[in-house]
Design a binder for this molecule. Structure first.
Ligand code: SF4
Length: 450
């Protein structure tokens, strides 16, 4: 149940002692409602109030960890249905599946491809998060061999998929205390799999089949058996059912009114190609906490991870890089000097095009509160005064012998004013699109013969 600010205030000590950092208990209560402070900032809350407030302030979707150490994957703890209401917090984990009937070479190749995939984009490293190992053989030894091989090859946390308790027990042993996610609890094996999950302290996937009401009821029963970390696996028949099932589960979880729904969700995407990619896109957008690619193609990885990055970026906090002067290549004092804003995507696009030009350069990055060039210009955050101040603050007025500054083509209109603010400087108007920077540097800059 969600409490209002006044209801929370009534549970606080009303001492107005300011030790929490706020002038009054009422102000603190309002911050609690907005989830901008933690309850333990007030040292005087009674145990009784803690019990009530703690339950009310717990996230509607449980946070569940898979794996251990640096590569641990955390999913859940989402607070909203739509990203613009606040933000999404724990990005959809992407898993690549192998099975114990694959040949050693095929299994090795798929694991290697997934584990080695790594791309830096907008300052973030994009990687596959998990490897799922599915038991299809019915033979514990083969499942163990597949799990052991994957563990040997990469440090990614595991999902073990089997409805056979003997195979799951053997696979779990082979996973060796790495706290894998166990996928396959249904009405036939619930006792054994719940016992295994509890013994290993591992999270468990509830996958009983049927409707989402059946799923929620089954999850509540698993919780009653003492399994704390549960992931819900709806079993929709097609794309429309999938969208409906995942959306309903998120809605019900956020309402806190439907027992057994307050857990992260998992989606298995059968098939590869465009159909598989489309299903995975649906899962990332609406509302799978984990997407398992059963038979992925390597070309799936980059677009899915890029999509995920866009969705899981806090809409209220643009990705930013630190303002300053960046040296690209072996830039010397006489190298070109360009200026842009500190919006992460802008910086990475501009800097990668400068790199592509193979002309070492300096890039002055101005603090524009993380906005792109035109947005920052329109908001008055990227104007002649701001740029001139940055040039002086960075000592470029004394360090750059050619006194030429290349501004983005989209803000060509400020070149005259900028020359007034930077007496003695020659303001050059660069291209509008970063993709044209290499040609500009090669054709315009090199012709200057500096
Ligand atoms: Fe009130 Fe507690 Fe803050 Fe003191 S520390 S003002 S009692 S909320």
């Amino acid at each position: 149940m969600k409490l209002t600010g006044l209801q929370i205030f009534k549970l606080l000590p009303n001492k107005n002692c300011k030790e929490c950092g706020f002038q009054t208990c009422l102000a603190f209560a309002m911050k609690l409602v907005a989830k901008q402070v933690r309850l333990d900032a007030c040292p005087y809350v009674s145990d009784e109030a803690k019990a009530v407030l703690g339950a009310a302030s717990a996230p509607p979707i449980r946070l569940v960890g898979i794996g251990t150490g640096e590569r641990e994957v955390k999913v859940g703890e989402e607070l909203v249905l739509f990203r613009h209401e606040k933000a999404f917090f724990h990005k959809t984990a992407i898993a690549v599946q192998v099975d114990d009937r694959l040949s050693g070479d095929a299994l090795g190749a798929r694991v290697r491809e997934a584990a080695d995939f790594s791309v830096e984009r907008a300052g973030e490293r994009l990687c596959i998060d998990l490897i799922a190992v599915k038991e299809l053989s019915g033979e514990p030894e083969r499942f163990v061999a597949a799990v052991a091989r994957v563990r040997e090859m990469c440090p990614l946390p595991l999902i073990l998929i089997s409805r056979n308790p003997a195979c799951m027990r053997a696979g779990l042993k082979a996973a060796g205390g790495t706290r894998p996610l166990l996928w396959g609890a249904d009405r036939d094996n619930a006792d054994e799999l719940a016992a295994l999950a509890k013994e290993a302290g591992a999270p468990l996937v509830a996958a009983p089949g049927g409707s989402i009401d059946d799923l929620a009821q089954f999850a509540a029963e698993l919780a009653g058996r003492g399994v704390d970390d549960i992931i819900l696996a709806p079993s929709p028949a097609g794309a429309a059912d999938r969208l409906a099932a995942f959306t309903l589960l998120r809605r019900r979880a956020l309402s806190r009114a439907a027992p057994g729904t307050g857990y992260p969700t998992i989606l298995s995407v059968p098939g590869g190609g465009y159909e598989g990619a489309a299903a995975a896109v649906g899962g990332i957008c609406k509302y799978a906490s984990i997407v398992v690619l059963e038979t992925p193609s390597p070309w799936h990885y980059l677009p899915l991870l890029t999509l995920r990055q866009g969705i899981y970026t806090d809409p209220q906090k643009p990705l930013q890089v630190n303002p300053g002067v960046y040296r690209i290549g072996e830039a010397k004092p006489e190298s070109p000097l360009l200026v842009t804003t500190n919006f992460s995507l802008t910086y990475y696009m501009v800097s990668s095009e400068i790199e592509a030009s193979e002309i070492p350069s300096w890039l002055l990055v101005v603090d524009a509160e993380g906005q792109s060039v035109l947005t920052a210009w329109a908001a008055g955050k990227f104007n002649p005064e701001v740029i001139a101040k940055a040039v002086v603050a960075q000592g470029l007025d004394t360090r750059v012998p050619h006194t030429r500054l290349i501004i983005p083509g989209y803000v060509a209109m400020m070149s005259g004013d900028l020359e007034d603010k930077l007496p003695g400087w020659n303001i050059m108007v660069g291209p509008q699109e970063s993709a044209d920077i290499p040609v500009y540097l090669k054709e315009v800059w090199t012709r200057l013969g500096t």
